[in-house]
Design a protein around this ligand. Structure first.
Ligand code: G6D
Length: 348
């Protein structure tokens, strides 16, 4: 197993480095210090062919100009905060409204656009990189100087484990995720409509017209959102359901997980035989079937279009600070935010 560090590019005079994490089977995760972005994951299909299974680019410029959070860390707070406003201990805070009236994914120039410090990790059974960032008090309107670490580790079982930790010197909000778009066909040979998804989730959150949770936890039963038994994504995406139509004819919803660390999220592509098993200690996963992925750019030679990838963003519930029946994502002085998500790549 080895880590190879190379210069990837630069932004605002800061050098961006890439880190290739390769295990003894040839399984490889490539990531960069800009936004802790996963630029590629190379994993075998049922015939042993190693191919990339995530959407990404090959230059800093493309990430800065076109990327809808391809592969990046999202923070301080993943998801949307209604009206960009919240209160902590009676004190009001206003955040940049970077999507209509919403505050989305930590605001402009957030964690996905920062160049993080990085430290290579080489242990006997795992290799990786620990990214670190200081998010200053008042950055994008959030209180507290927050020290954040995101550690990516690869082992010889073709698993990538991401662990996030954070501490603060003033009560604040934090809810981190990774926004990788998966496409198990390999090198984006086809869209994800025929991918199959299985979720250990009996409830999803209903969204309003601004994609903000209404607060309603809705049963998936007899709905397109029912993935309790494995089913093709197209069955949901192409349905007539109001919630599916509301978010651009697809899925862009938080699902509440029934349990953790027990194959709670499974994505498969029968043609390639590839299977991704995600296990997390988070309470929910936002499933996003790239309904908005349209634009005048190419993704390593493939024209951007809907349904080229699926995001499985494990996290706390969106807008939780404003939702009375959600657990708020508050981090206080003396506490440590600590969450782990494991991605296991295998074949059927
Ligand atoms: C769209 O609504 C979706 C978000 O969930 C996603 O994270 C973003 O595109 C990249 O705004």
């Amino acid at each position: 197993m080895k880590v190879v560090k190379e210069r990837f590019g630069e932004t605002n005079g800061e050098t961006v480095y890439s880190y290739e994490l390769q295990n003894d089977q040839g399984f490889k995760v490539n990531c960069i210090s800009l936004g802790c972005i996963i630029t590629s994951i190379s994993t075998p299909d049922k015939n042993g062919n190693l191919e990339n299974v995530v959407l990404g680019f090959d230059s800093v410029e493309e990430y800065l100009e076109h990327s809808p959070y391809f592969g990046s860390i999202v923070g301080r707070v993943a998801g949307r905060i209604n009206n960009g406003k919240f209160e902590l201990d009676g004190e009001p805070y206003s955040l940049p409204q970077n999507e209509k009236t919403n505050h989305l994914h930590g605001g402009p120039n957030a964690f996905d656009k920062r160049v993080w410090d990085a430290e290579i990790i080489e242990k006997e059974n795992e290799i990786g990189v620990k990214f670190s960032l200081l998010s200053n008090d008042g950055e994008n309107g959030y209180p507290g100087n927050v020290t954040v670490n995101a550690t990516y580790l690869v082992n010889n079982q073709n698993e990538l484990t991401i662990t996030y930790t954070a501490t603060t010197d003033k009560k604040t909000l934090i809810n981190l995720t990774n926004h990788t778009y998966f496409n198990l066909s390999g090198n984006v040979k086809k869209d994800i409509l025929s991918h199959k998804l299985k979720l250990k989730s009996d409830e999803y959150l209903e969204l309003n017209e601004l994609f903000i949770p209404t607060g309603e936890k809705v049963s998936v039963d007899k709905k397109p959102f029912d993935f309790v038994n494995k089913k093709e994504l197209k069955e949901a995406i192409l349905s007539n359901d109001d919630q599916i139509k509301k978010v651009g004819q697809g899925i862009d919803h938080p699902f509440i997980l029934n349990e953790n660390h027990n194959e709670e999220i499974v994505l498969e592509d029968e043609t390639s035989g590839r299977k991704l098993i995600i296990e997390t200690d988070e309470e929910s996963v936002v499933v996003y079937t790239s309904n908005m992925l349209e634009g005048d750019f190419q993704i390593r030679g493939v024209q951007a279009k809907k349904y080229l990838g699926i995001c499985l963003e494990t996290q706390g519930l969106p807008d939780s600070i404003n939702q009375p029946n959600f657990e708020p994502c508050i981090l206080d002085v003396g506490e440590e935010y600590n969450t782990t998500t494991k991605y296991k790549f295998t074949t059927n």
